[in-house]
Design a protein around this ligand. Structure first.
Ligand code: GRG
Length: 308
């Protein structure tokens, strides 16, 4: 609804725009092209080894899809069509351009938290590729990778504090807890939990959707929007995040190493049961036995794939 209302207002203000021709991404393309440079500037470190590790995934060609910053910059654009009067009065001492910068800062903070989680995740999974290149742990080792993740989190905290909004600080700090919780749920699940769609959805909220939904909400709060709009922004981000992970899980089966930037079938090879398998198990009960075998010995992957 938030982006829908934005589209409506945009058409209202730009009568020459034909609905079919509007490419929403073009609205933030210029800003996105500056993002990696901004991020590199935000993670300059004193010690050379840490400096090169921290900027590793902010270099040209390895920035990833930038899905989160894209959505967040669009959200900030959508919510700024009209700066509400209440905010204007409350923040009379802050120039509008500063407010704009603060909202857009969430895109950078979110990407730093995301990359920090990727660095730690690759260590936990012993992954050797990420974004089509060697993972940081593969190139510089596990220890530097963990420290670079910690460093990015610290810089994200400093940038968060500069937004001067304690509710937003608290939202994004809780997201870090959710990332850790989702990862732990994945690592420690029992067989019953792994076979439960409810458990999968809860874990997926923590691992993927929480960062997107709470960042969307943070932008609404920084834009001085009502509690209702903040909740809608949260719901929008939550649904988008869940959908994103469901598609990511399907792509793990259907994608190629070239399209994924890492090996395919990585979930099942790590004994991680995702939505495509859960749906297939409902359709083909005989798959349950195969999945049981697979969980005991993940090298049995070819047998399970016959059903998928
Ligand atoms: C240190 C913040 C922190 C967390 C530690 C390891 C861990 C706890 C959490 C891992 C969470 C994780 C890796 C979730 C998966 C999220 C996900 C969908 C990643 C892939 O996102 P894409 O496809 O990646 O947007 P790109 O490379 O395009 O940015």
């Amino acid at each position: 609804p938030v982006l829908g209302s934005f589209r409506h207002q945009l058409y209202h203000h730009t009568s020459s725009v034909v609905e079919e021709e509007l490419d929403p991404f073009s609205l933030v393309a210029d800003e996105l092209s500056l993002l990696s440079n901004k991020l590199r500037a935000m993670v300059v470190a004193e010690v050379p080894k840490l400096a090169s590790a921290a900027e590793y995934f902010f270099k040209r060609g390895v920035e990833g899809k930038q899905f989160r910053p894209t959505i967040l910059l669009l959200m900030a654009t959508a919510l700024n069509v009209h700066v509400p009067e209440a905010l204007a009065a409350e923040s009379a001492d802050i120039v509008p351009s500063e407010l704009r910068v603060r909202q857009r800062g969430i895109a950078e903070i979110t990407e730093m938290i995301h990359v920090a989680s990727l660095l730690h995740d690759d260590v936990l999974d012993d992954a050797d590729t990420r974004r089509g290149v060697g993972s940081l742990n593969f190139v510089m080792g596990n220890k530097i990778s963990v420290l670079a993740g910690d460093f990015l989190l610290s810089r994200a905290c400093v940038a968060l504090a500069a937004l001067k909004n304690t509710e937003v600080v608290s939202l994004l700090a809780t997201v870090v807890e959710h990332l850790v919780t989702g990862e732990t749920m994945q690592m420690t699940s029992t067989t019953d939990q792994r076979h439960s769609m409810d458990y999968y959805m809860q874990k997926t909220y923590y691992k993927t959707a929480s960062l997107i939904s709470n960042s969307c909400k943070a932008i609404a709060l920084l834009a001085g929007q009502s509690a209702e709009v903040a909740m809608l922004a949260f719901e929008y981000g939550r649904n988008l995040g869940l959908a994103f992970q469901l598609i990511d899980d399907v792509l793990d089966f259907t994608g190629t190493s070239a399209s994924l930037g890492k090996g395919s079938l990585s979930d099942i090879r790590h004994g991680i049961i995702t939505a495509p398998i859960l749906f297939a198990m409902e359709e083909f009960p005989q798959l349950r036995t195969v999945v049981d075998q697979l969980e005991k010995d993940p090298t049995n992957v070819d047998i399970a794939l016959e059903y998928l």
